[in-house]
Design a protein around this ligand. Sequence first.
Ligand SMILES: [Zn+2]
Length: 385
Amino acid sequence: MGLPDYEITGIEEREGWVRISARYNGPISCPQCGGKQLRLKDRRMRLLRHESWGTRRSLLQLETRKWRCQGCQRSFWQRFPGILTRRRATEPFRRSVSIKHYDGISRRRLAQRESIASATVERWFQDYLRLQTAERKSAPCPQILGIDEHFFTRRLGYATTFCDLKNHSVYDVVAGRSEASLESYLSKLEGKHLVKVVCMDLATGYRSLVKKHFPQARIVADRFHVIRVVNHHFLACWKELDPAGAKNRGLLSLMRRHRHPLKPEQNVKLSQYLRANPVMELVYRFKQNLGYLLLNKRLNQNQCRELAPQLLRMIALLREQPLPQMVQLGNTLHSWREEIATMWRFTRNNGITEGFHTKMEVLQRQAYGFRNFNNYRLRVKVMCS
Ligand SMILES: [Zn+2]
């Protein structure tokens, strides 16, 4: 039966249902004082849903007794291990339903299969998640923290993910992405001194928060986002310089990529275009050099020291250009120059966080959207770790 101290006295099968009659042989004691001297007062049959046998649903029939404790003179109905008071289903059954829902069987299908209400599935599942989080207790702050935003709902807007990049799990999700909405969460967070590295995209709001709450942590820019910003400004600049050429979708894809993975015929096409537009060629060359500079990783201190002046020179050059897009890019990179240079020392990036965002999206779809952020948070914390 999956429960201790029970003895099965009979099994009956009818119309897809299995009815198990059982007797409890374990010790009984007073829940108030633990006394063993009891006097029988009443008896009743208790019918409970129990774990299914394959496709056959099962019912558990138990005789329960009312006792009077001779020690403290209180009366009580007998309690059974694995069955909580006033519940009409055993814990193994509730658990099996929750696990099936966790594994992706929808509430409706599960409700039909087990002939219970779909709201019941949801309620049991919530209990299960709460139990799981309680078992995990409060995990310490991650050593390598990834911070990123993701869209939650139209009503509540964005949420922020705190990701443990070392152990590949979501540490927490918090509603909102502004400094004001994260401030109260971060000020209450314990063990902040454990965080050594924080990885984030180029969001100034997050940076000032991290500097305030994790003063000992090193901030690392996310490589993917930095290169995306460079590409974005570069393409905008291209649109200003040559609006007709920028509309060519084939060229767009070639201009956007790094040069080394291009095929020979693609290279020829790109070179042809660049030869006809000498200004664009200069800008493109510059962007390629900058891109390759940003791709460096796993460097030691000395190697970084050599690269740093190169980056600073490029940023200065950008800010001197007569092109507004390039100046803007230069300013952004200038304000993040430290975090970008730190990127060369590390290999960790927010790719893991982005992966979890995909998983969270799936979670939202499976639930047909969430209205309550706390339910969402509970689910993410259990299922994304
Ligand atoms: Zn008692």
